[in-house]
Design a protein around this ligand. Sequence first.
Ligand SMILES: Cc1cc2nc3c(=O)[nH]c(=O)nc-3n(C[C@H](O)[C@H](O)[C@H](O)COP(=O)(O)OP(=O)(O)OC[C@H]3O[C@@H](n4cnc5c(N)ncnc54)[C@H](O)[C@@H]3O)c2cc1C
Length: 306
Amino acid sequence: MLTPEARDALRDQLGDDVRFDVAMSRYTSLRIGGNADAAATPRSAQQVEGLLRTCHQHRVPHTVLGNGFNTLVLDGGIEGVVILTHRMRRLEERPGGCIHAEAGVSHASLMGLCQREGLAGLEYGAGIPGTIGGWVVMNAGIGTREAKDVVKRVEVVSPTGRKRKHIEGEALRFRYRALRGLAPGSVIVSALLSVEPSEPEQVKREIKRMLAQRSGSQPLDVPSCGSVFMNPPGDYAGRLIEEAGLKGHRHGGAEISTVHANFIANRGGARACDVLALIREAQRVVKERSGIALHTEVRILGREAA
Ligand SMILES: Cc1cc2nc3c(=O)[nH]c(=O)nc-3n(C[C@H](O)[C@H](O)[C@H](O)COP(=O)(O)OP(=O)(O)OC[C@H]3O[C@@H](n4cnc5c(N)ncnc54)[C@H](O)[C@@H]3O)c2cc1C
């Protein structure tokens, strides 16, 4: 619960760009999640700094959300302010083979710029939904190509909003579907990405090819959060779950996808507790059958319902 003073301070700062008691199911691709005390949609790095300073001053916790494509928000909602980055969407080509993108730029907009201007190197990301901020934090990718291969630099605001700094790509500690080393509560406000000059038609063809590879192999017509588990070394979480006979297994409105067993789909009316039940069941059954521990890729935010 926010104090009246904290509410006033947030309103003074962001006006209509802060709302209270906001359903997070509107901001996650699973269409699941309880309410956040407040949701703020800053439009610039300066507004993020101001917002974090206000949160710090009033002892209000904050959480960041891009497009919520790899996030499960629990049914009890999120305490404090959720910073939704989707209004920070400045995107431009920079000299020296670079693209500068604010954190809330969508992958789709990025692909659009690459196609129009004939900029190659990011096509592997075609069809990975989400924002630049989420892409960097998740080190999103396919096969061996990940965000780490193209991120030259990120701009980060410290958790208290007092500092904003640039971190060079080599200093970022990317791991499989993770970025380590940022102080908890830091907000990525922009990234500089490497690209190479090419022909628009060539880039377009490559993006089309990447998109075609996806259709049919992923359940794209139902709400999901992408891969639920990270692949264990030398194997695939989806294969292990399928082998364990869990494809199509349901809990409430949640279902282990019949198309790709590493996806959980919201078949209608699913709650986070249903998804959690399937996650735990898949972990238990796979461990029993194959001895392999599955670890979640999806980020779980908020609190379970009382
Ligand atoms: C159909 C489908 C297919 C997918 N395919 C792939 C794939 O092939 N490869 C792959 O890697 N992923 C895939 N994903 C997962 C997802 O698209 C990526 O993880 C994506 O990068 C998430 O971006 P987002 O903006 O939605 O992040 P969110 O889900 O909003 O956030 C993810 C995490 O990043 C944090 N975060 C977000 N923005 C910021 C910021 N600006 N500063 C600090 N922290 C931040 C959040 O707090 C959260 O912990 C898929 C998902 C779906 C639904």
